[in-house]
Write a new protein. Structure first.
Length: 290
């Protein structure tokens, strides 16, 4: 099947992009890597009047560390971020999680901003953004606005980006030297979307946990953090009893839906298992670095 007819525009600046969005509004679709959009077009699940190709907007392609954070332009390829020394130094969780995204051929074309703006509830990057407390810079005709992860992701394939706005940048707080991290997922085959995935970021001093952030993918319409589980770990040493308590709490609190890939009960169980794994791996990383 081939896409329905559409007009095509290739702006070279954010300003040109915003002008086109102001003209076409919801009748336009933005093309970055195309790894999600092109299948939707080919199956005619999306029928935009115009495709606005962002690939000539060079101003959206950068990775830089500044003021205690790493700023990644929306057009940065996932493979470029995965191989970036800046990302490896300051955002090792991002480097780690990107290796789970599809296959190298997908990451060669897919973009950081495209994956986050598409907001697939089974994708890796939204959960990583939630775990790290990323913020999103969205540009529109009235200027820029900055959104926290919990405000950016609004539902299944839905974000706070307006019809006449574009995601320009994602800002991640630089990870500290005493932080541990881990990402793990369960999928039917490597490269498939996760049935369940989990990301963890922790501080561990004197064997005690603090500032734990635990985020899941594949268990809700948006990335899911469980504040109760994070709070339950504060100030505690990670041992088998604590891990069992957290796994049980995670499984109890999550409310995933069943689909043709996995039942809700399976996803709840797997999320608890993955919580144990990522927390253990994250703490081991802290110990290894110290």
């Amino acid at each position: 099947m081939k896409p329905a007819p559409f007009d095509y525009a290739a702006p070279e600046s954010v300003e040109e992009t915003l002008a086109l969005l102001a003209e076409y509004g919801a009748d336009a679709k933005l093309l970055a890597g195309g790894q999600s959009l092109m299948p939707l077009l080919n199956m005619r699940l999306a029928r935009p009047a115009v495709i606005i190709d962002l690939n000539r907007v060079a101003a959206l392609d950068y990775v830089k560390a500044a003021d205690g954070e790493v700023r990644i332009g929306a057009l940065v390829r996932q493979r470029a971020a995965e191989r970036s020394p800046v990302v490896a130094q300051h955002l090792p969780l991002v480097s780690d999680a990107l290796q789970w995204v599809g296959h190298p051929q997908i990451r060669n074309r897919g973009t950081i901003g495209g994956s986050l703006a598409h907001a697939d509830p089974s994708a890796e990057l939204p959960a990583v953004a939630a775990a790290l407390g990323a913020t999103f810079v969205v540009a529109g005709s009235d200027g820029e606005r900055t959104l926290a992860s919990e405000d950016f992701f609004q539902g299944y394939l839905s974000t706070a980006i307006g019809a006449t706005e574009v995601l320009t940048e994602v800002r991640f707080p630089a990870m500290a030297a005493d932080q541990g991290w881990a990402f793990v997922e369960i999928a039917r085959r490597h490269g498939d979307f996760a049935l369940v995935g989990a990301a963890a970021v922790v501080h561990a001093a004197d064997g005690r946990l603090r500032d734990v952030r635990l985020a899941f993918t594949g268990v809700g319409p948006t990335p899911v953090r469980i504040a109760e589980a994070e709070a339950a770990l504060e100030g505690r040493a990670l041992d088998d009893r604590v891990l069992a308590d957290v796994a049980r709490l995670v499984s109890d609190r999550l409310e995933p839906e069943s689909d043709i890939q996995a039942s809700a009960a399976y996803r709840k169980h797997v999320a608890g298992v993955l919580a144990r794994r990522v927390l253990t791996a994250a703490v081991l990383r802290v110990r290894g670095r110290s």
